[in-house]
Design a protein. Structure first.
Length: 250
């Protein structure tokens, strides 16, 4: 890959489903196997320089000081903290609006977007090679372990080339356990699509809603991860990830 790329890590949510753990602490800073969850995302990105030119961490203002303290302790290179514009939870931007605002203020580069609460063992080299080959919006895919888990995510159907044929966010009756992760690669120009989507009055929060809309406007591809991905949205998934990564590091 010869083009520049900016990585954006989304960590601005309030994680009510994890209360009381997240009442006074952002989910992305909860420990997994003894280190903050956000470290796993950053550690996937640091080796990718190049093509990653810088890393932007999207937070909310309430927990921004805790992320500043985390960053001072870690001293990661090329990380910029960008809080949303509201102190009040009810006025928070939402992940898609926050993403659109960040992209609108940057140059003409490709974007790699990760959720700060997604944990996985794959590196991102294969994912980015696939994106470079297609040079179209690309998302990571994995198999949920149950229909109930698939119901909490976004089910995906793809063709033989990996193009997404159907993407259903929070399906009531999942047709498959193949689901999309909040691991996205977007080409130059995606900012126009984000603006178009938001101008239609669509949801500004769940990132999957944007993908659900985008794949109907232009080609979007899915790349299969080799292993499972933990989307930390419940106490059960948090404990399962902590157990797995604790075992893996011991």
């Amino acid at each position: 890959m010869t083009r520049g790329m900016i990585a954006i890590v989304l960590a601005g949510g309030y994680a009510k489903r994890l209360w009381p753990l997240t009442l006074d602490k952002p989910k992305a800073l909860l420990p997994v196997a003894g280190k903050p969850m956000i470290d796993y995302a950053v550690e996937k990105l640091i080796p990718l320089n190049p093509p990653i030119s810088r890393i932007v961490l999207s937070t909310n203002l309430r927990f921004h000081p805790q992320f500043q303290e985390w960053l001072r302790a870690r001293r990661y290179p090329s990380i910029e903290l960008v809080p949303d514009s509201s102190l009040k939870e009810k006025e928070k931007l939402g992940a898609i609006r926050a993403l659109a605002n960040i992209i609108a203020k940057t140059g003409d580069e490709d974007f790699l977007v990760l959720a700060g609460d997604n944990l996985f063992t794959d590196d991102l080299e294969g994912f980015l090679r696939f994106f470079d080959e297609k040079h179209a919006s690309t998302i990571a895919l994995y198999h949920a372990r149950s229909i109930e888990e698939a119901r909490r995510g976004a089910t995906v159907t793809i063709d033989e080339e990996g193009r997404i044929l159907e993407f259903v966010e929070k399906p009531v009756h999942p047709k498959t356990t193949l689901v999309g992760a909040c691991v996205y690669a977007f080409p130059v120009g995606i900012g126009k699509r984000l603006k178009e989507y938001l101008d239609l009055g669509q949801s500004g929060d769940e990132p999957g809603r944007f993908i659900e809309w985008l794949h109907k406007q232009e080609p979007v591809y899915g790349y299969m991860l080799k292993d499972y991905l933990w989307d930390i949205g419940t106490l059960e998934s948090y404990r399962a990830a902590d157990k797995f990564f604790s075992t893996r590091s011991s």
